[in-house]
Design a protein around this ligand. Structure first.
Ligand SMILES: [Zn+2]
Length: 279
């Protein structure tokens, strides 16, 4: 910003204020400037933000989301460091600040396949996002495992690997014969995805406490994850998934207008739903 610009008072103003589910925990020093009342101002997107967000390549790399978050929530200095539990709250807040709190979405009844449109108040969506409690860890034998949310950087990297490997599976014909080359590609992709799971779980572990040591080095933890028994591995995986889901947008309850069937519809802030109707 140029100092002394007489127009600066006419720049965009904060539209809403949010409290982070993490309460500012898990951010490395310098990544977040927490206001004294813990409420972060959220500005509407600029035209540049909107163009950035609509660029598929930038969106895929995660960089678009980073740029938009840092532009609209200026207290966040390094959006790559945002813990996963804050992501949905921040994106929904930017959506509210930019286009208002009503969001329309289309849904199809799984029973009678009738398609209908519903509106959701995004303010209640934010209110329903819970902050998972990571204070309690897992005990097994004489070790204790403590957890933390992944960062946005972790999530973004993992999504890229997953996307790449899934494409390999999709490229393989489901009916025809699988040749040796395709079979090799499949087992390679499967191996990569398993490695990714191990990596994602390792990134969610804060510390492992043994009677002798407190281990927080990522390389030790990731080697442990590759070598622990599957019972413990599954307990760790369940813990991580359960805590991650708590901080996500909860599904909306829908009653079909045609057959009265009640079902749950997930809402996501993907490209199509993020942007309000031209208004
Ligand atoms: Zn129906």
């Amino acid at each position: 910003m140029i100092s002394n610009n007489p127009l600066s008072q006419y720049f965009r103003q904060p539209a809403i204020y949010i409290k982070l589910p993490s309460q500012g925990n898990y951010y490395p020093p310098g990544a977040l400037e927490m206001p004294t009342n813990s409420e972060l101002p959220v500005l509407p997107m600029t035209a540049i933000d909107e163009i950035t967000y609509r660029t598929p390549d930038a969106l895929f790399s995660g960089q678009a989301v980073i740029n938009v978050i840092q532009s609209c929530v200026p207290n966040i200095k390094d959006a790559w460091a945002i813990p996963s539990i804050d992501i949905d709250t921040i994106l929904v807040a930017i959506r509210i600040a930019s286009y208002g709190h009503e969001m329309q979405f289309a849904t199809q009844c799984p029973k009678c396949t009738t398609t209908d449109e519903y509106g959701v108040d995004l303010r209640t969506v934010i209110d329903k996002i819970k902050a998972p409690d990571y204070s309690e860890g897992i005990k097994q034998g004489d070790i204790e495992i403590y957890f933390k949310p992944m960062t946005y950087k972790n999530l973004s990297d993992n999504n890229k690997i997953q996307f790449h490997e899934q494409r390999i599976f999709q490229a393989i014909p489901t009916d025809g014969e699988v040749d040796t080359k395709q079979s090799a590609a499949m087992s390679q992709a499967l191996k990569k995805m398993t490695e990714m799971t191990v990596m994602a779980l390792s990134q969610s572990i804060q510390m492992i406490k043994t009677p002798q040591a407190m281990v927080s080095e990522p390389e030790y933890i990731s080697e442990f994850m590759k070598n622990c028994d599957r019972g413990l591995f599954n307990r760790i995986q369940d813990y991580v998934i359960e805590h991650k889901t708590q901080a996500e947008m909860q599904p909306v309850n829908i009653k079909c207008g045609s057959c009265e069937n009640e079902y749950k519809q997930n809402i996501t802030l993907d490209m199509t739903s993020f942007f309000g109707r031209a208004s």
